[in-house]
Design a protein around this ligand. Structure first.
Ligand code: PMT
Length: 213
Protein backbone atom coordinates (compact mmCIF):
# COMPACT_ATOMS: atom_id res chain seq x y z
CA UNK A 1 0.00 0.00 0.00
CA UNK A 2 1.32 3.46 -0.89
CA UNK A 3 1.88 5.99 1.85
CA UNK A 4 -1.39 7.93 2.18
CA UNK A 5 -2.15 11.18 3.94
CA UNK A 6 -4.72 10.97 6.76
CA UNK A 7 -6.48 13.74 8.63
CA UNK A 8 -8.20 12.80 11.89
CA UNK A 9 -10.26 14.96 14.24
CA UNK A 10 -10.62 13.93 17.87
CA UNK A 11 -11.80 14.92 21.31
CA UNK A 12 -14.34 17.42 22.51
CA UNK A 13 -14.43 21.14 21.83
CA UNK A 14 -14.78 23.82 24.50
CA UNK A 15 -17.09 26.72 23.86
CA UNK A 16 -16.39 29.60 26.24
CA UNK A 17 -19.13 31.23 28.32
CA UNK A 18 -16.89 33.64 30.24
CA UNK A 19 -13.16 33.68 31.13
CA UNK A 20 -13.53 30.71 33.52
CA UNK A 21 -16.49 28.70 32.19
CA UNK A 22 -17.15 26.72 29.06
CA UNK A 23 -19.53 24.17 27.49
CA UNK A 24 -18.11 20.81 26.51
CA UNK A 25 -18.96 17.08 26.39
CA UNK A 26 -17.67 13.74 27.66
CA UNK A 27 -15.36 12.84 24.74
CA UNK A 28 -11.94 11.68 25.98
CA UNK A 29 -10.36 11.71 22.51
CA UNK A 30 -9.42 7.99 22.80
CA UNK A 31 -11.25 6.91 19.63
CA UNK A 32 -9.62 9.62 17.52
CA UNK A 33 -6.13 9.14 18.97
CA UNK A 34 -6.46 5.39 18.34
CA UNK A 35 -7.40 6.12 14.71
CA UNK A 36 -4.43 8.44 14.27
CA UNK A 37 -2.13 5.83 15.87
CA UNK A 38 -3.53 3.02 13.68
CA UNK A 39 -3.02 4.96 10.44
CA UNK A 40 0.52 5.91 11.49
CA UNK A 41 1.24 2.31 12.52
CA UNK A 42 0.35 1.26 8.97
CA UNK A 43 2.97 3.70 7.65
CA UNK A 44 0.74 6.58 6.62
CA UNK A 45 1.26 10.30 7.17
CA UNK A 46 -1.20 11.57 9.77
CA UNK A 47 -2.32 14.97 11.01
CA UNK A 48 -4.40 14.83 14.18
CA UNK A 49 -6.54 17.88 14.99
CA UNK A 50 -7.79 17.59 18.53
CA UNK A 51 -9.70 19.42 21.18
CA UNK A 52 -8.44 19.31 24.79
CA UNK A 53 -7.64 15.80 26.10
CA UNK A 54 -5.20 14.27 28.59
CA UNK A 55 -3.81 11.79 26.05
CA UNK A 56 -0.31 11.50 24.62
CA UNK A 57 -0.05 12.19 20.90
CA UNK A 58 0.83 8.93 19.09
CA UNK A 59 4.49 8.97 17.97
CA UNK A 60 5.10 10.27 14.46
CA UNK A 61 1.72 11.98 14.18
CA UNK A 62 1.54 15.71 13.32
CA UNK A 63 -0.58 17.41 15.93
CA UNK A 64 -2.74 20.54 15.99
CA UNK A 65 -4.39 21.52 19.26
CA UNK A 66 -7.66 23.46 19.13
CA UNK A 67 -10.23 24.52 21.71
CA UNK A 68 -13.39 25.60 19.92
CA UNK A 69 -15.48 24.25 17.05
CA UNK A 70 -14.56 27.34 15.05
CA UNK A 71 -10.83 26.68 15.56
CA UNK A 72 -11.29 23.02 14.57
CA UNK A 73 -13.20 24.11 11.45
CA UNK A 74 -10.37 26.49 10.46
CA UNK A 75 -7.63 23.92 11.17
CA UNK A 76 -9.39 21.26 9.06
CA UNK A 77 -9.98 23.78 6.24
CA UNK A 78 -6.30 24.75 6.28
CA UNK A 79 -4.94 21.17 6.43
CA UNK A 80 -7.30 19.26 4.14
CA UNK A 81 -5.50 19.90 0.87
CA UNK A 82 -3.72 16.75 -0.42
CA UNK A 83 -5.38 14.56 2.23
CA UNK A 84 -6.42 11.11 0.94
CA UNK A 85 -8.52 9.95 3.90
CA UNK A 86 -10.31 12.20 6.41
CA UNK A 87 -11.82 10.61 9.52
CA UNK A 88 -13.86 13.04 11.62
CA UNK A 89 -14.35 11.43 15.01
CA UNK A 90 -14.37 14.58 17.16
CA UNK A 91 -17.38 15.34 19.32
CA UNK A 92 -17.71 18.91 18.09
CA UNK A 93 -20.10 21.09 20.06
CA UNK A 94 -23.18 21.78 17.96
CA UNK A 95 -23.93 25.00 19.86
CA UNK A 96 -21.93 27.83 21.43
CA UNK A 97 -22.92 30.88 23.47
CA UNK A 98 -23.83 33.83 21.26
CA UNK A 99 -22.05 36.25 23.63
CA UNK A 100 -18.86 35.42 25.53
CA UNK A 101 -18.75 37.55 28.68
CA UNK A 102 -15.47 39.47 29.02
CA UNK A 103 -15.66 39.25 32.82
CA UNK A 104 -16.65 36.33 35.03
CA UNK A 105 -20.46 36.26 35.23
CA UNK A 106 -21.46 37.11 38.80
CA UNK A 107 -23.96 34.86 40.48
CA UNK A 108 -27.31 36.35 41.37
CA UNK A 109 -30.57 35.08 42.86
CA UNK A 110 -32.54 34.62 39.65
CA UNK A 111 -32.13 32.25 36.70
CA UNK A 112 -29.64 32.97 33.95
CA UNK A 113 -30.53 32.39 30.31
CA UNK A 114 -27.73 31.42 27.96
CA UNK A 115 -28.43 32.13 24.30
CA UNK A 116 -26.82 29.57 21.98
CA UNK A 117 -26.08 29.55 18.26
CA UNK A 118 -24.98 26.80 15.89
CA UNK A 119 -21.29 26.13 15.34
CA UNK A 120 -20.00 25.37 11.84
CA UNK A 121 -20.59 21.76 10.80
CA UNK A 122 -17.12 20.62 9.76
CA UNK A 123 -18.18 17.27 8.27
CA UNK A 124 -20.90 18.93 6.18
CA UNK A 125 -18.37 21.52 4.92
CA UNK A 126 -15.86 18.98 3.60
CA UNK A 127 -17.20 18.40 0.09
CA UNK A 128 -18.52 21.75 -1.12
CA UNK A 129 -16.78 24.37 1.02
CA UNK A 130 -13.39 22.62 1.36
CA UNK A 131 -13.58 20.84 -2.05
CA UNK A 132 -12.41 17.59 -0.43
CA UNK A 133 -12.43 14.71 -2.92
CA UNK A 134 -10.76 11.96 -0.86
CA UNK A 135 -12.33 9.23 1.26
CA UNK A 136 -14.59 10.87 3.85
CA UNK A 137 -15.42 8.99 7.05
CA UNK A 138 -17.79 10.53 9.57
CA UNK A 139 -18.99 9.29 12.94
CA UNK A 140 -22.53 9.18 14.24
CA UNK A 141 -23.16 9.21 17.97
CA UNK A 142 -26.79 8.22 18.37
CA UNK A 143 -29.08 7.25 21.21
CA UNK A 144 -31.87 5.91 18.95
CA UNK A 145 -32.48 4.81 15.33
CA UNK A 146 -28.73 4.20 15.00
CA UNK A 147 -28.52 2.85 11.46
CA UNK A 148 -31.23 5.00 9.83
CA UNK A 149 -29.78 8.19 11.37
CA UNK A 150 -26.26 7.18 10.31
CA UNK A 151 -27.44 6.43 6.77
CA UNK A 152 -29.15 9.82 6.59
CA UNK A 153 -25.85 11.48 7.66
CA UNK A 154 -23.92 9.44 5.09
CA UNK A 155 -26.04 10.82 2.26
CA UNK A 156 -26.57 14.38 3.51
CA UNK A 157 -22.90 15.01 4.34
CA UNK A 158 -21.40 13.29 1.28
CA UNK A 159 -19.55 10.62 3.29
CA UNK A 160 -18.16 7.34 1.99
CA UNK A 161 -18.59 5.66 5.36
CA UNK A 162 -20.19 6.46 8.71
CA UNK A 163 -18.99 4.82 11.90
CA UNK A 164 -22.17 4.52 13.93
CA UNK A 165 -22.01 4.13 17.70
CA UNK A 166 -24.90 3.78 20.09
CA UNK A 167 -23.88 6.16 22.86
CA UNK A 168 -26.85 5.21 25.07
CA UNK A 169 -25.17 1.90 25.98
CA UNK A 170 -23.05 1.87 29.14
CA UNK A 171 -19.34 1.06 28.80
CA UNK A 172 -18.93 2.11 25.18
CA UNK A 173 -18.70 5.40 23.28
CA UNK A 174 -17.89 8.59 25.17
CA UNK A 175 -15.05 8.32 27.70
CA UNK A 176 -14.71 4.52 27.66
CA UNK A 177 -11.79 2.32 26.56
CA UNK A 178 -14.07 0.12 24.42
CA UNK A 179 -16.54 0.81 21.68
CA UNK A 180 -19.03 -1.11 19.55
CA UNK A 181 -19.67 0.30 16.11
CA UNK A 182 -21.37 -0.45 12.82
CA UNK A 183 -19.71 0.69 9.61
CA UNK A 184 -22.43 2.13 7.41
CA UNK A 185 -21.52 2.15 3.71
CA UNK A 186 -23.72 3.15 0.76
CA UNK A 187 -24.53 -0.47 -0.11
CA UNK A 188 -24.08 -2.40 3.16
CA UNK A 189 -23.47 -2.41 6.88
CA UNK A 190 -20.66 -4.13 8.76
CA UNK A 191 -21.22 -4.76 12.46
CA UNK A 192 -17.95 -4.91 14.40
CA UNK A 193 -17.72 -6.60 17.80
CA UNK A 194 -17.39 -4.78 21.10
CA UNK A 195 -13.63 -4.29 21.34
CA UNK A 196 -10.92 -1.86 22.43
CA UNK A 197 -10.86 1.43 20.58
CA UNK A 198 -7.35 0.54 19.34
CA UNK A 199 -8.59 -2.72 17.75
CA UNK A 200 -11.59 -0.99 16.19
CA UNK A 201 -9.40 1.84 14.90
CA UNK A 202 -7.30 -0.66 12.95
CA UNK A 203 -10.47 -2.11 11.32
CA UNK A 204 -11.84 1.37 10.51
CA UNK A 205 -8.55 2.43 8.90
CA UNK A 206 -8.42 -0.84 6.90
CA UNK A 207 -11.98 -0.33 5.62
CA UNK A 208 -11.35 3.33 4.80
CA UNK A 209 -8.34 2.36 2.69
CA UNK A 210 -10.44 -0.08 0.64
CA UNK A 211 -12.61 2.89 -0.38
CA UNK A 212 -9.74 4.72 -2.11
CA UNK A 213 -10.19 4.91 -5.87
O1 PMT B 1 -13.53 10.55 22.49
P1 PMT B 1 -14.00 9.23 23.07
O2 PMT B 1 -14.22 9.30 24.56
O3 PMT B 1 -13.07 8.09 22.68
O4 PMT B 1 -15.43 8.88 22.48
C1 PMT B 1 -15.56 8.56 21.11
C2 PMT B 1 -16.82 9.24 20.50
C3 PMT B 1 -18.07 8.66 21.17
C4 PMT B 1 -16.76 10.76 20.71
C5 PMT B 1 -16.78 8.90 18.98
O5 PMT B 1 -16.86 7.51 18.80
C6 PMT B 1 -17.92 9.57 18.23
O6 PMT B 1 -19.03 9.06 18.15
N1 PMT B 1 -17.63 10.77 17.66
C7 PMT B 1 -18.66 11.61 17.03
C8 PMT B 1 -19.41 12.34 18.10
C9 PMT B 1 -20.46 13.28 17.53
O7 PMT B 1 -20.41 14.45 17.80
O8 PMT B 1 -21.35 12.73 16.73
P2 PMT B 1 -22.50 13.54 15.93
O9 PMT B 1 -23.47 12.47 15.51
O10 PMT B 1 -23.03 14.68 16.72
O11 PMT B 1 -21.73 14.14 14.70
C10 PMT B 1 -21.71 13.53 13.42
C11 PMT B 1 -20.43 13.79 12.70
O12 PMT B 1 -20.32 15.19 12.38
C12 PMT B 1 -19.15 13.42 13.43
O13 PMT B 1 -18.24 12.90 12.49
C13 PMT B 1 -18.65 14.75 13.97
O14 PMT B 1 -17.23 14.77 14.11
C14 PMT B 1 -19.10 15.70 12.88
N2 PMT B 1 -19.40 17.08 13.31
C15 PMT B 1 -20.41 17.33 14.20
C16 PMT B 1 -20.72 18.66 14.54
C17 PMT B 1 -19.96 19.69 13.94
N3 PMT B 1 -20.21 20.97 14.27
N4 PMT B 1 -18.97 19.41 13.09
C18 PMT B 1 -18.67 18.13 12.77
O15 PMT B 1 -17.78 17.86 11.96
Amino acid sequence: MNRMRFLVTAGPTREPIDPVRYMTNRSSGRMGYALAGAARHEGHEVVLISGPTTLDVPPGVDFIHVETAQQMYEAVRDMVRDVDVAILSAAVADYRPVHVAQQKIKKSEGRVLLELERTPDILASMREEFSFTGVLVGFAAETQHLISNAREKLLRKGCDMIVANDVSQPGIGFGSTENEVTLVLPDREIQLPRESKEWLAMRIVEHALTLLP
